[in-house]
Design a protein around this ligand. Structure first.
Ligand code: ZN
Length: 452
């Protein structure tokens, strides 16, 4: 009862703020030969224009006012694995030919053309590095990822703007450039050192995901065997120090107990930079209702991802079945990969991957809105960190189609704008204001105990 009252009040406030012109929340393939090309152009000219889509038009109006502030994109990692971070000849305007330098022929899902088409106004670029290395190596590689992303931003001053505050993001968006802010995915990137954490903040990291797929020495991951029962005492100091600095605490990838512990300690709103709702898809990467219910008190947001395995429960079940069948084949025919491969090809023919659609993504958004309200929702696609997105949202050009689906489901302009960027800006501003209020507080000097 009280929750719906709060939601309506917040919406009314957002509407008033919009009407007054003030920021909401105040405070807080292969190229074609020339001849073929001529044919194609002729055919395209004869094609009738597609019928207007009123839902898409409404979505575009909202995204013109409030371009998408996406919580998670892995372009820096693509630059490492495809280009060894050598980007002098890299063309970020159009990456549709990048299949040539990927082992599976996969093209990048992000480029400047498609970001513009997708109405992206601000992007958290993830400086993710693999967890399968020493922490010292992870720290070195994280520095390299920050460096490569800053160099990429510098190469496109007309399209990208480096930012590290909410005000700077709004200024860049108002000037038609994509505000580019750094997020650090995985606590392994600080080498279990609060000093390294502080220096990562100095270098621009404005969120840290506490873990990736594996536990850190101080926090349990959602996809690893629990060993710490959530956060260790040092892990709690990591959260406190992030709050003091003004670095957002990102709870995507962490275990449910780590989520709860972080919410107990956090003095500022938390984020889930790329996660869905576990009530819709049971994967542990998604946020359980019990955690969602705590967000209104905390003020944080879930930025819903575009990962088919986390969105579509049928797809999750299908994948588990496929892994089991493959394991059985490998056990039956060890050292005979040709037999296993042929068996899996037969299985794949008989069991095609269930289709994941934009509707699945909207289902997660619907669930969170229904449970706690629209103020706690953002978007964190995870593009270039995933093999593929939902049908119709295969790359960063697809956001307007998602928002059109929300229009069809009855979302108002104010709600679309909150989801697109206003909630995320509110949360970032909340972290900044908390840090400003703690400026006289001394840095935390805790060392990780030898046993942790
Ligand atoms: Zn991730």
């Amino acid at each position: 009862m009280q929750k719906s009252y709060l939601s309506l009040t917040a919406l009314a406030f957002a509407t008033l703020a919009l009407a007054a012109g003030t920021p909401v929340w105040g405070q807080d393939a292969e190229p074609l030969a020339g001849d073929d090309m001529a044919d194609v152009v002729e055919v395209e000219e004869e094609k009738p224009a597609p019928p207007p889509d009123p839902a898409l038009e409404e979505a575009l109006i909202a995204l013109d006012v409030a371009p998408v502030f996406d919580g998670h994109n892995d372009v820096p990692y693509q630059l490492r694995i495809r280009n060894d971070n050598q980007i002098g000849d890299f063309d970020f305007t159009d990456t549709t030919r990048t299949g040539e330098n990927h082992p599976d022929g996969r093209m990048m899902q992000t480029d400047l053309n498609r970001l513009a088409e997708g109405r992206v106004g601000a992007q958290f670029w993830s400086v993710f590095v693999s967890v399968n290395q020493t922490e010292a190596e992870a720290v070195r590689q994280t520095l390299e990822q920050i460096d490569v992303m800053k160099r990429l931003i510098d190469q496109y001053p007309g399209q990208l703007a480096y930012t590290d505050t909410a005000d700077a993001i709004e200024f860049a968006m108002a000037n038609g450039r994509i505000a580019s802010i750094i997020g650090m995915e995985g606590g392994h990137s600080i080498g279990s050192s609060l000093a390294v954490l502080r220096q990562m903040y100095e270098l621009g990291a404005r969120y840290m995901t506490l873990t990736h797929f594996q536990n850190t020495p101080w926090a349990d991951s959602a996809t690893d065997d629990p060993v710490h029962n959530g956060l260790t005492d040092f892990g709690k100091d990591v959260v406190r120090e992030m709050n003091r600095l003004g670095m957002l605490v990102d709870l995507s990838h962490v275990s449910e107990k780590t989520m709860m512990d972080a919410l107990d300690v956090a003095g500022t709103p938390v984020i889930f930079s790329h996660s869905g709702a576990r009530a819709i898809n049971g994967h542990p990467r998604n946020v359980p209702d019990g955690v969602l219910m705590r967000l209104p008190d905390n003020g944080g947001i879930v930025m819903v991802d575009a990962v088919p395995g986390y969105l579509n429960e049928e797809r999750r079940e299908w994948f588990a079945e496929r892994v089991a069948v493959e394991a059985r084949q490998k056990s039956l025919y060890p050292g005979q990969p040709d037999i296993v491969e042929a068996a899996m090809a037969d299985w794949d023919d008989a069991n095609p991957e269930p289709e994941t659609t934009i509707g699945h993504m909207a289902d997660h958004i619907d669930h969170i809105r229904g449970l706690i309200g629209v103020e706690y929702i953002g978007i964190g696609g995870d593009f270039d960190g995933i093999p593929n997105g939902p049908v119709g949202f295969e790359d960063v050009s697809g956001y307007p189609q998602l928002f059109a689906e929300l229009v069809r489901r009855g979302y108002s302009q104010v709600e679309l704008e909150l989801i697109a960027n206003r909630n995320a800006l509110r949360v970032l501003r909340g972290a900044e204001q908390y840090a400003a209020s703690k400026r006289d507080q001394r840095p935390i000097e805790t060392l990780i105990p030898e046993t942790e």
